[in-house]
Design a protein around this ligand. Structure first.
Ligand SMILES: Nc1ncnc2c1ncn2[C@@H]1O[C@H](COP(=O)(O)OP(=O)(O)OP(=O)(O)O)[C@@H](O)[C@H]1O
Ligand SMILES: [Mg+2]
Length: 454
């Protein structure tokens, strides 16, 4: 039986709707407020949510966003007065299934419910098919219900089948590597290698020989022959991460591979053809590099055949509830914590925080919470202090600082320590990078590191 949850603050309308839907063979449950609806959602599964747009305690849209945490597959239908159709149309862009205008036309309501039911059946069949076809790097492991991410998914599914060169762009931690892998493992090249090269981690000359290889005697120290990664990735895919960092000379060579599909090893005389698909990624502002002449324009256009832009998490907050749920499950399983529920304040805090480290930062925060917490519920106190502190008007973060010591100086030092730790964490342990981010000298940084024993 299809289960429908109805959220409507007008009691008469609510009881009427529950009654009518039951007569039509649905299992219908009513909630008189958004909060009550959320409580029911956290305890039972529903297939369809029928919600009023305007309710005293929360809007139907907020309810929809929060409900995603409990029931991702549920279809939401929003009921609205004629004068707020604009809001309803906006809502549909964010993934709401349908809207109905009030006063309700019951025929229209049943047509939409019927459509939802048949969509369900279709989705279930598709899901089964997908499960059978795809292996570990299923697209479903990339989480996101926001419109922007849905668009990204569509592009990924399409380009995976093609041979096109792809440029993935996005801030650190937005999932560039995850997307590159999903593309390769869902492409016709999946049974051949995916070779990943982090361009920034090699000095210039080393990167050249990593990518293109060398012949014996090409330079002092080249005692044998080395096969480059482009050749190793033949018939497969090469993932060039941090492409914004490559030198001019490597840029020129890369351009040649993309144009001619051939390489030559350093010190070699012949050309070797390679059939390697290129996926590149960067978190840099390439346009700026183009303007400054640090990045070749012709190379940029060769790479940017199909651009995929991963928006920062703060621009797609609708994805947060799903990601929280996903990572809590993942780490609860890994740490044998059984099934954990999440306190609604945790979600509120996560929705408010700006996540400069994007999905990676969220994932780390959830792992932290699972590892440090106990009991069967994840509580706000298990979140990293930085996340908590950011919550507008949050007392918890400030309290931790107030309680950090006796004197004003103790408290300031505690706050300073938190900032330093956070900067170092974001710079992934690179202390001079952390100093740069904080705009303090490396020397000052070193002094503080030894002072706080970081
Ligand atoms: N949409 C998503 N769904 C699930 N997990 C995600 C998503 N996006 C990112 N992650 C996870 O977040 C972490 C960081 O992602 P990834 O390494 O792909 O980021 P990145 O963009 O390559 O970052 P960087 O620029 O710092 O290398 C990974 O553990 C990844 O699995
Ligand atoms: Mg990466």
């Amino acid at each position: 039986m299809i289960r429908v949850l109805i959220a409507e603050d007008d009691r008469n309308t609510l009881t009427g709707l529950v009654e009518i839907l039951r007569q039509e063979g649905f299992e219908a449950v009513g909630a008189e407020s958004g909060e009550e609806a959320l409580r029911l959602l956290s305890r039972q599964q529903f297939d369809i949510l029928l919600t009023d747009l305007r309710m005293p305690d929360m809007t139907g849209m907020d309810l929809f966003i929060k409900s995603q945490f409990h029931a991702q597959d549920m279809k939401t239908i929003i009921m609205t007065a004629y004068n707020s159709i604009k809001d309803a149309v906006e809502a549909m862009k964010s993934g709401v299934y349908e809207y109905l205008t009030k006063p309700l036309d019951l025929d229209e309501l049943f047509i939409i419910l019927k459509k939802a039911v048949s969509d369900f059946e279709l989705e279930r069949e598709n899901e089964e098919l997908k499960q059978r076809l795809q292996g570990v790097y299923r697209f479903e492991n990339i989480i996101g219900s926001s419109k922007v991410m849905q668009d990204v998914f569509q592009t990924i599914v399409k380009v995976a089948r093609s041979e096109s060169t792809i440029l993935i762009r996005g801030e650190s931690g937005t999932g560039k590597e995850l997307v590159a892998r999903a593309i390769h493992y869902n492409s016709p090249r999946a049974k051949n290698s995916l070779i990943e090269v982090s361009c920034a981690s090699f000095p210039e000359t080393l990167l050249e020989s990593e990518l293109f290889g060398y012949e014996k005697g090409a330079f002092t120290g080249a005692v044998g022959q080395k096969i480059g990664r482009f050749e190793l990735a033949n018939k497969g895919t090469i993932f060039l991460d941090e492409i914004g960092e490559i030198s001019n000379s490597v840029q020129t060579k890369l351009l040649r591979v993309l144009q001619e599909r051939e390489i030559s090893r350093l010190g070699g005389t012949s050309s070797i053809s390679v059939d390697t698909r290129v996926i590149a990624a960067t978190n840099r502002d390439l346009e700026e590099a183009l303007e400054d002449g640090r990045f070749r324009e012709d190379l940029f256009y060769r790479l940017n055949v199909i651009p995929i832009n991963l928006p920062p998490l703060r621009k797609r907050k609708e994805d947060i509830p799903l990601l929280v749920d996903h990572f809590i499950r993942k780490y609860a399983k890994a740490n044998k914590r059984g099934s954990l529920s999440v306190h609604s304040d945790v979600l509120d805090i996560c929705m408010e925080y700006h996540w400069p480290g994007n999905v990676r930062e969220l994932e780390n925060a959830m792992e932290n919470a699972v590892v440090l917490g106990e009991g069967d519920k994840v509580l706000p106190e298990h979140l990293p202090i930085f996340v908590k502190m950011r919550k507008a008007g949050s007392q918890e973060g400030l309290e931790a600082i107030y309680n950090a010591g006796e004197t004003f100086r103790d408290k300031i030092e505690y706050a300073e320590r938190l900032i330093l730790e956070d900067a170092i964490r974001k710079a992934r342990g690179n202390k001079s990078e952390a100093a740069k981010q904080l705009d303090i000298s490396v020397r000052n940084m070193r002094y503080k590191i030894s002072k706080y024993n970081l």
